[in-house]
Design a protein around this ligand. Structure first.
Ligand code: FAD
Ligand code: MG
Length: 305
């Protein structure tokens, strides 16, 4: 469930001068289908973050029938809140920037591969072709004036699984700032935001080795988000081939770019989240080129050996 682990060992505390030691409050909750862990010197931080995640989940989760995204998916046209409109608009911009590698209209594909209900199976070729007809963010019409989102084809469904956690991180950080909190670490199942620092030193997080139990490296971050997309948590193996939940919107099959883990470090959670998914689809060369086009963005890629 967690791809980026948070290091808060006593050994690390010991590295700090005694005068800088600060008590940290830690709490976690299952939200958006993963653990959301909050660490901060402020005892109010976790409550603020959980409330923001809950608010965003109620807008953007396809697992909640009353969310705006579920209603849009059912109706094909809906006037949504400015926030939902913003996230869908940003997602469409990432679709454009990634030449279609990042595409929230993969909903029907995600469903037929069983990644929504976790009943994984290799779909028939005809089923993939049928679903592919409904894929393509060019078929999302955005009416800016009144926040109406409209699908060009009936049966289209959006899935914000690759971007909503990153957005929720950004919302949480903004809310924490408004509440006067300047230091907080949020880990939402592989999407991390390191707000401020930890008693004067950057937050230190560990990146999981995609094919082992150990860590593959460490990141020291301040006011940055890190997001990892990988093929080692949601996947199934059939005929010796690994099929993971990140799909190539062009082929309708799980991405097969040679990357097994893509971590993106960016000033915003939404950007890190979207780009890590896109890079996973694009592969190392195109993925690195993509990361370079964004200011202050860094990518760390691990390929299959
Ligand atoms: P990322 O790489 O960030 O995202 C991968 C996910 O994005 C895929 O699982 C798929 O949903 C989608 N996707 C696949 N290919 C592409 C592509 N090319 N472009 C764009 N998107 C793509 N899981 C549950 O089991 N139960 C829940 O109730 C539940 N609720 C959730 C609510 C919210 C608001 C969110 C954001 C997620 C929720 N999830 C839930 C988890 C979700 O189903 C995914 O498993 C998760 O978002 C994958 O995130 P990731 O960081 O591992 O991978
Ligand atoms: Mg993502």
């Amino acid at each position: 469930m967690r791809k980026i682990a948070v290091l808060l060992s006593f050994a690390l505390f010991a590295l700090l001068p005694a005068c800088q030691k600060q008590e940290l409050y830690k709490d976690n909750r299952v939200m958006m289908g993963t653990y959301v862990e909050v660490t901060s010197p402020s005892k109010d931080a976790a409550g603020i973050v959980f409330a923001e995640f809950e608010r965003i989940e109620n807008l953007l989760s396809k697992y909640k029938p009353e969310s705006e995204v579920s209603k849009l998916n059912a109706l094909g046209r809906l006037k949504v809140s400015p926030e939902t409109f913003y996230v869908i608009k940003k997602a469409k911009e990432f679709w454009q920037a990634t030449e279609g590698a990042f595409d929230i209209t993969v909903g029907p594909l995600v469903d037929i591969w069983g990644f929504t209900d976790k009943k994984y199976s290799l779909p028939a070729e005809a089923k993939i072709k049928d679903a592919l007809r409904l894929v393509g963010s060019d078929k999302i019409i955005l009416h800016d004036k009144d926040n109406v989102v409209e699908f060009m084809l009936s049966g289209m469904r959006i899935d914000l699984g690759a971007v909503a956690k990153g957005y929720a991180l950004d919302c949480s950080v903004n809310k924490l700032k408004r509440e006067g909190i300047s230091s907080c670490l949020i880990n939402a199942g592989g999407q991390v935001y390191c707000m401020g620092d930890k008693s004067g030193v950057p937050w230190k997080i560990a990146m999981q080795d995609p094919r082992g139990k150990d860590f593959s490296g460490y990141l020291e971050l301040k006011d940055k988000s890190a997001s990892t997309s990988g093929d080692y948590e949601q996947y199934f193996i059939q005929k010796d081939k690994r099929f993971s939940h990140i799909l190539n919107p062009k082929t309708g099959y799980p991405a097969d770019s040679g990357i097994i883990s893509a971590t993106v470090i960016a000033p915003s959670g939404l950007t890190a989240d979207a780009l890590s998914t896109a890079i996973f689809v694009l592969g190392k060369i195109k993925g690195m080129a993509l990361a370079k086009r964004f200011p202050d963005v860094e990518a760390k890629i691990i390929e299959e050996k």
